[in-house]
Structure formats: structure tokens, C-alpha cells
Design a protein around this ligand. Structure first.
Ligand SMILES: [Zn+2]
Length: 247
């Protein structure tokens, strides 16, 4: 009986994972209807609400066991690109999620690689339909490929805060626990990276998350990081830590 119950639970769990995704969609209720967020892989995810689709960093990363099929994801009304690195900006897969009229928001450094991209700088806000999109900083404080260099220089890439129906979603991008992250206010759902050497280790990520205190946090862009450390770092903090498979 117990085995059967587990099988049934497993079957219903598997049934809701779209073919292109690593995990089932997460749903959030808002004043303007449900927001659905689907982890695709690594730093790639889909946000859907009000019949509109946002694709975040549609890219094949090399961190996953298999490459997601971006030909099968819902076509984007809006694409958000965080950075120029190949696990975020992947022109071939970006092309697969575009349709006529897709708005592709990019940091200025990506201009040469994205035809018709709309540049947003850190600190800028834009309204697209029912969405409000704010570009926020993402950068390294100390980690880089050589002394005096950083993997991500301040101002080059964008994290984003996306608001729909009052729900505020923070997409951190590739960053360490920068002061601008720690100072964020009223974040409902946060996606925070933890991969070394490019971003930060799980303990640092947990410490930064504690500072801005989102209601819900998902580690993403985590590779082989020890997510237990992240979870333990936030134990008792009153934050809903949601570990999902992104690979
Ligand atoms: Zn990355």
C-alpha cells in the first residue's frame, strides 16, 4: 500500500513537469491572477501571468546533464538577459524563444550580440504591459579570474526585480551578496545564485538573503553547490527556502 501511494505521488509529480523544464511550475497568487514560474535549467526560467510570457536567460549552460529544448518553451513576450556570459546570453537559443514583437531587455554590454535589444542600465525601470521591470546591480565584490579583475564588473550586468499584480520577484543574476541586494525591500520571491568561483558560496548567499528577507527564496544557478549549507544558514529565519532541481 505504502509503495503504491509513493508511486501515485511520484506519477502526479512527474506529470506536471513540462518537457523543457527541470522541475514543475511554482504558482503564486496575486491581485491580478496567478503567476507561474518554471525552472528550466541553471539560470534559465519562465515566468507566466495574464497570458504573457517572460523568458529569463534562455541559454544552454553546460552545467546540466542534458540541454533543454528552447524550441519547446513558450515563446516570449519579454526576454530578460542578465549578462554577456554564455550561460546567460546564448544567441542561438535566444532566437528560439523570440517571436514577432518580443521585447528583449539586455544590459548595454550585450548590444553587439542581440539584434533589436532594449538596453536597460542598473537603476532603470520600465513598464511592459502589466509588468514592471527594474534593472538592479549584479557584480562581484572580490572574486575574479586574476588579482585586480572581477568576473562581473559593477554596471555590466543586470539583476531584475519583476513586479506583477503586486508580487515582487527578484532575479539576482551572477552576483555576490552586494550591498544593493542586502538593501532590497519587499521581495516576495527571490532567485539567488551560488556557484564558485563566479558568484558566491552557499553560506554567503544565505547571509545576504537573511539581510533582505524575501518571503520565498530559490537557490538557482547553483551547479554542484551544497544546498544544505544554504538551507541551514537560513534555518529559523522565517524565510521559505525552496530547493528544487534545476539540472
Ligand atoms: Zn552564470
Amino acid at each position: 500500500m505504502k509503495a503504491l501511494a509513493i508511486l501515485i505521488a511520484l506519477a502526479s509529480f512527474l506529470a506536471v513537469i513540462p518537457a523543457f523544464a527541470a522541475s514543475p511550475a511554482e504558482e503564486f497568487r496575486t491581485g491580478a491572477g496567478v503567476v507561474k514560474i518554471t525552472p528550466i535549467q541553471h539560470g534559465s526560467l519562465t515566468i507566466e501571468a495574464g497570458g504573457q510570457v517572460i523568458q529569463v536567460d534562455p541559454a544552454v549552460s553546460g552545467f546540466g546533464a542534458t540541454a533543454p529544448d528552447f524550441g519547446a518553451v513558450p515563446k516570449a513576450d519579454v526576454v530578460l538577459i542578465t549578462d554577456i556570459h554564455e550561460d546567460h546570453l546564448d544567441p542561438a537559443n535566444l532566437a528560439k524563444v523570440r517571436k514577432a514583437g518580443t521585447t528583449v531587455i539586455i544590459p548595454g554590454a550585450a548590444s553587439g550580440d542581440v539584434r533589436g535589444g532594449v538596453v536597460m542600465k542598473n537603476g532603470e525601470t520600465r513598464k511592459i504591459g502589466a509588468w514592471t521591470i527594474e534593472a538592479v546591480p549584479m557584480y562581484n565584490l572580490k572574486r575574479g579570474p586574476a588579482p585586480g579583475e572581477l568576473y562581473h564588473d559593477k554596471g555590466r550586468g543586470n539583476g531584475y526585480v519583476v513586479t506583477y499584480g503586486g508580487l515582487r520577484i527578484y532575479l539576482a543574476g551572477d552576483t555576490e551578496g552586494i550591498p544593493e541586494m542586502r538593501a532590497l525591500k519587499n521581495i516576495d520571491v527571490a532567485f539567488v545564485p551560488m556557484i564558485l568561483p563566479y558568484t558566491m558560496p552557499p553560506a554567503e548567499a544565505a547571509d545576504a538573503v537573511k539581510a533582505f528577507h524575501p518571503k520565498v527564496v530559490y537557490p538557482y544557478h547553483y551547479g554542484k553547490s551544497d544546498l544544505k549549507v544554504f538551507e541551514n544558514g537560513l534555518r529559523g529565519a522565517g524565510i521559505d527556502v525552496r530547493i528544487r532541481n534545476w539540472y
